[in-house]
Write a protein that binds this ligand. Structure first.
Ligand code: 5AD
Ligand code: FES
Length: 348
């Protein structure tokens, strides 16, 4: 048996590897290793979540952002982007439509837009929770204070997505300007966990300056943090950012990491991300086949979708919510999975 197969088996049986073992596996994996990991990951996923695929409806309610992350199309320094904010009524309208399509989780996502202050966010959460008490609310609105996270939680938010982007501080500093700090990012994640959120972290695969050592740090960080959700997608360049000429991330490595995260944290909710579907037409299907169990289609009004371009060529920006909903269901059926109408909580 090859060393890498032994490491994959070890991860499957013990849910952990040492830093050296991670390095060795990640720096020498073959296609055969990747498919072996995918098969093991899918078996584990099936044993916990079956063939069910959870869907989350994303409402991209503002593309205004105070930050200037070098990789992101919404960065404040991108003056080529037409900015928008949905009104509160428009946000409720998206959720209403989403509810009718069978979504039972709404993901409220935006740039770090200070116009939406704590009071406003709490009011939006309370209203959605009041109208749809059986639905979960996930927030994906960036770095906030402990008090703000606490207020959102008390208003009814259930989950929070905040990718750590990289567990390597020096790497973080090459992806972000000086006024953003890795320590604060990690502080946010631990605050969210301590407040009882189902918490999601994650990385871009192949972001500029990422090395295998960085990914080892990510795996060790996640082993310690134990996120309930893990977002993994390839880095894709955006033409109006400083990283416009950087190469995109590896599709195969993204799939491998989905499988390895599944083996390390068997119960995690792992989406087959939009970036994975953008880099390869059947990316989301292959993501599910590698161990993902969540898909997050867009519920934003079609009129604004093209303005929420984190990277070039993002898929689904011309499709309505109903079209995406139907499309996902068909895509999952073709590979033998079922989209279910459920909150799709983390199974402890
Ligand atoms: N390519 C891929 N993913 C990106 N994100 C932001 N910009 C890009 C890009 N150019 C991801 C980040 C962020 C999430 C909302 O989208 O990981 O946390
Ligand atoms: Fe949006 Fe297929 S999921 S069109």
């Amino acid at each position: 048996m090859s060393d890498n197969i032994k490491l994959i088996d070890k991860l499957k049986n013990e849910n952990t590897l040492s830093g050296d073992e991670w390095f060795s596996l990640l720096s020498s994996f073959t296609d055969e290793n990747r498919l072996y990991a995918a098969k093991a990951a899918r078996e584990i996923t099936d044993s916990i979540y079956g063939k069910d695929i959870y869907i989350r409806g994303i409402v991209e309610f503002s593309n205004i952002c105070k930050n200037d992350c070098y990789y992101c199309g919404l960065r404040a320094g991108n003056s080529n982007l037409e900015r928008y904010r949905l009104t509160e009524e428009e946000i409720y309208e998206c959720c209403k439509e989403g509810y009718e399509y069978g979504f039972r989780t709404f993901v409220l996502q935006s740039g770090e837009d200070l116009h939406f202050d704590t009071e406003t966010i709490c009011r939006i959460i309370s209203r959605i929770k009041n109208d749809y008490p059986e639905c979960a609310i996930t927030l994906s609105i960036g770095e906030k204070t402990y008090e703000e996270y606490k207020a959102y939680k008390e208003s009814g938010a259930d989950r929070y997505l905040l990718r750590h982007e990289t567990a390597n501080k020096a790497h973080y500093e090459r992806l972000h300007p000086e006024n953003m700090s890795w320590d604060n990012r990690i502080r946010c994640l631990y605050d969210l966990k301590s407040l009882g959120y189902q918490t999601g972290c994650g990385i871009m695969i192949g972001s500029p300056y990422q090395t295998t050592e960085c990914i080892v740090d990510d795996m060790l960080f996640m082993a310690d943090f134990k996120p309930e959700m893990i977002g993994l997608g390839p880095f894709l360049p955006h033409s109006d950012t400083p990283f416009r000429d950087e190469p995109k991330g590896s599709y195969e490595l993204t799939l491998l990491l989905i499988s390895l995260c599944r083996l390390m944290l068997p119960h995690a909710l792992i989406p087959a991300t939009t970036a994975l579907g953008t880099i390869k037409p059947l990316g989301r299907e292959e993501g599910v086949q590698a161990g993902a169990n969540v898909i997050m289609p867009n519920l934003s009004p079609v009129a604004v979708r093209k303005k929420y371009m984190l990277y070039d060529n993002k898929i689904c920006t011309g499709d309505s919510s109903g079209e995406c909903r139907g499309c996902i269901e068909k895509r999952m059926e073709v590979i033998g999975y079922n989209v279910v109408i459920s909150r799709g909580d983390f199974k402890a």
